[in-house]
Design a protein around this ligand. Sequence first.
Ligand code: FMN
Length: 189
Amino acid sequence: MSERVVELVALVGSLREASINRQLAQLAADRAPAGVHVTVVDYLGDLPFYSEDLDPGSAPDVDLDAGVARLRGVVGSADGVLVVTPEYNGTIPAALKNAIDWLSRPYGNGALQGKPVGVIGAALGRYAGTWSREDTRKSVGIAGGRVIEEVDFGLQTSALGENGLADAAIVEPLVAAVARLATEVAVSV
Ligand SMILES: Cc1cc2nc3c(=O)[nH]c(=O)nc-3n(C[C@H](O)[C@H](O)[C@H](O)COP(=O)(O)O)c2cc1C
């Protein structure tokens, strides 16, 4: 029996160039525990809005959008998914919800099916995006993912100190969240 690297995919819910969530996802990748590799997916804004007319699962004559095919491939071959998202108007940003919709199909056999998923994120408000994380878990679960409730970290961006994301109070729970998610993955091959 040899141990293999656990492959996680981090889906970033913000499209903003200087996104704190994007930085958080990158930090999760940079500080991933030994034996864990995190690939950051930050191109959710390139996907078309989900429509069954664009999905070969329901419209066999259409070609699947290349970005969607790439996303489905990356998520489908990963061992687990870490969603890193802000909160927009009390819920999931549209780009992230759209990605979940694409990943939920084909119904019962989408790329998220049975996949361990953890949800963390950064938001401005004092609840640090709790509603968004809760709604993301609900949606991911309905989409077929296996939500790991214990993976939870919310960063209140308005309370960021002078060390920014380098603060141990951020790095430690972030690394712990990644490590917790990785324990859900069978590590022996
Ligand atoms: C359209 C919009 C809606 C927002 N709604 C919320 C909200 O409901 N709760 C909250 O805490 N922050 C809210 N914010 C602030 C974001 O949490 C903040 O801008 C965050 O840094 C965005 O993440 P990013 O830095 O990764 O882009 C909102 C921001 C935008 C642009």
